[in-house]
Design a binder for this molecule. Structure first.
Ligand code: ADP
Ligand code: MG
Length: 438
C-alpha cells in the first residue's frame, strides 16, 4: 500500500508587481538583491511581473483568480498600489477581492505608505534600501492590519479608492511638478518643494467637511521602539524554497518626459537656497496678492457592483448636509491624509492609524510666510510636532469632505496621482482593505 503523502503547509504565494520605472528605476535591481533572497529564506513562493505601462497592474488584478494568491505586493511607489486597489474595486466580486492581503515594498520616489508601515512597526525612520529591507522583513512576517479606504468622487462622477491622500495646492503642485526630477529619487520632492516655495501660489476655494469626534487630548501613543530588523523572524519551518517563476515581461521604452511647466517667477525674492536656511528666516510679511482667508460607517460590503455606498455624501450638485462645516477663502494647500506619512520620512499625522476611520484634514490659508511653511515641512521631516504658532494652519478630523476649487486652474492628486481638476468629495470606509504590516 502506498503511504498517504504527508500534508505540508502550503507555502504562501505572492503576486509581486514591479514597476521598472518607479523611483530611480532601480526596482528590479533592488528586488533581486534585497527582496527575493529574503522571500526564498522565508519559504514564500511568488510570481514576479514587471509592469509594461501605466494601468497594466490595474488591468491585471481585475482578471486574476483570487484563490491562487495569498497576497498582492507592489514594488514601486504609492502609485502602483493605487492601481491595484482600484483594479480590485472594479471587479464584480470587489468585496471578496478586498480581502486579499496587500503589501507594499518601497521602490518608488513617493513611498508614504511604506513610511507608515515602518513607523507603525516601531522602526526608526528609513529611506531607500534601508526602508525597503525593513518593509521586506515585515512583509515576510505576514501580519495583517485592516486598512481604511477613502472613496473619492470627482466632477464627472468617476469614483476611485484612495489609501493615502487627496491634495490640492502646494502639496499636489510639488508632487506633479517634481515628476521631472524623477531621476533624483526622493530628493525630487526636496527640490520640488524649494521651487514651489520660491513661487508660492494661493488658490481660492471652498472646503466643507463632516467632523469626526476629536481624539482624546495628550501626546499620541508611543510606538514600541525596535532598533532594526534583520531577519524574517519566527516563521514556520520553510518548505523547499522554490520560487515558481520569474516572468520577465520585458521593458517598455522610457515614458515621454513631460513638457516642463513654467513657474511664475518672483524676481524680487532670491530663490530659497535650502529649506533649512529659509526656515531660519524671521517671519515675513505676506507677499502681494494674498488676501486673508474667510472663513458612521459604510454598510457592510455587499456584492453590488462598484464598491460600497457613500452614505455620508449627497450629490456634488447639491448643498452639503447641515451637519457639515464649510470654509471659503484663499488656500495655499488643502491636504486630506489618512496615514501617518506624506512621504517616506514626512511624518504629517502622527496620530493616524491604518484603520481608525478618520480623515486627517489639514489646510493652510493664504497669508502664511514662506519661512513658516518651510519650518512646518522641516518639522514634519524630523518627525517633530509641527504647526504650532502658525495661525493660517487648520487641522480637523473628518469622516467626509468636499473640495470645490474656485480658481480655474490647478492640480488635484489622489495618492500622488493626478485626477481631473474640479469639485470632488470623499468619505472614509473603515477597514475596507487589508494591509500586510508585519
Ligand atoms: P513613484 O513613487 O516613483 O512615482 P509610482 O508607483 O507612484 O512610483 O508610479 C508612478 C507611475 O508609474 C504610476 O502612475 C504608475 O501607474 C505608472 N507605471 C506603472 N508601471 C509603469 C511602466 N511600466 N511604465 C510607465 N509607467 C508605469
Ligand atoms: Mg507616485
Amino acid at each position: 500500500d502506498a503511504e498517504a503523502p504527508a500534508v505540508l503547509p502550503r507555502p504562501r504565494r505572492l503576486l509581486l508587481l514591479l514597476n521598472p520605472f518607479g523611483g530611480r528605476g532601480r526596482a528590479l535591481q533592488w528586488c533581486q538583491s534585497h527582496v527575493l533572497p529574503m522571500m526564498a529564506e522565508a519559504g514564500i513562493s511568488f510570481n514576479l511581473v514587471q509592469t509594461e505601462r501605466a494601468n497594466h497592474a490595474r488591468e491585471l488584478v481585475t482578471g486574476i483568480s483570487l484563490a491562487e494568491w495569498d497576497g498582492i505586493v507592489t514594488l514601486s511607489g504609492d502609485g502602483l498600489l493605487f492601481e491595484v486597489v482600484n483594479g480590485l474595486m472594479e471587479r464584480r466580486d470587489w468585496a471578496a477581492a478586498l480581502r486579499m492581503p496587500l503589501g507594499i515594498l518601497p521602490c518608488g520616489s513617493g513611498n508614504a505608505l511604506a513610511g507608515a508601515v515602518n513607523f507603525h512597526a516601531g522602526l526608526p525612520p528609513a529611506l531607500g534600501v534601508e526602508l525597503l529591507q525593513n518593509c521586506a522583513v515585515l512583509l515576510c512576517h505576514g501580519a495583517l492590519s485592516p486598512l481604511d479606504l477613502v472613496s473619492v468622487t470627482t466632477a464627472s462622477g468617476a469614483r476611485c479608492f484612495s489609501f493615502l491622500s487627496v491634495a490640492w495646492g502646494f502639496v499636489s503642485d510639488v508632487d506633479i511638478e517634481s515628476e521631472k526630477y524623477r531621476h533624483m529619487g526622493a530628493a525630487r520632492f526636496t527640490l520640488g518643494t524649494a521651487v514651489r516655495l520660491a513661487a508660492l501660489h494661493t488658490y481660492r476655494g471652498r472646503l466643507s467637511y463632516l467632523p469626526a469626534p476629536e481624539p482624546p487630548p495628550g501626546p499620541p501613543p508611543r510606538r514600541p521602539v525596535a532598533r532594526s530588523v534583520t531577519a524574517p523572524g519566527p516563521l514556520p519551518p520553510p518548505p523547499a524554497p522554490l520560487p515558481r517563476a520569474v516572468s520577465d515581461l520585458g521593458l517598455c521604452p522610457e515614458p515621454e518626459p513631460e513638457a516642463p511647466r513654467s513657474l511664475p517667477g518672483t524676481p524680487e525674492e532670491p530663490p530659497p537656497g535650502d529649506l533649512e536656511a529659509l526656515a531660519e528666516a524671521p517671519g515675513e510679511a505676506p507677499w502681494p496678492g494674498d488676501a486673508a482667508g474667510t472663513p458612521g460607517d459604510a454598510p457592510p460590503p455587499g456584492d453590488a457592483p462598484g464598491g460600497p455606498v457613500d452614505d455620508l455624501l449627497v450629490p456634488l450638485g447639491q448643498p452639503v448636509p447641515p451637519s457639515w462645516v464649510t470654509l471659503e477663502g484663499d488656500f495655499v494647500l488643502v491636504l486630506a491624509l489618512y496615514q501617518t506619512h506624506l512621504g517616506a520620512e514626512l511624518l504629517a499625522a502622527p496620530r493616524a492609524r491604518f484603520d481608525e476611520g478618520v480623515i486627517h484634514l489639514c489646510y493652510v490659508r493664504a497669508g502664511v510666510s514662506r519661512a513658516a511653511l518651510a519650518r512646518l515641512l522641516l518639522a514634519m521631516a524630523r518627525g517633530a510636532p509641527w504647526g504650532r504658532g502658525c495661525p493660517q494652519l487648520g487641522r480637523v478630523p473628518a469622516r467626509a469632505f468636499r473640495l470645490e476649487p474656485l480658481t480655474p486652474r490647478g492640480v488635484l492628486t489622489v495618492d500622488g496621482e493626478r485626477v481631473e481638476y474640479g469639485p470632488l468629495q470623499a468619505q472614509i470606509h473603515r477597514g475596507l482593505a487589508r494591509l500586510l504590516t508585519g
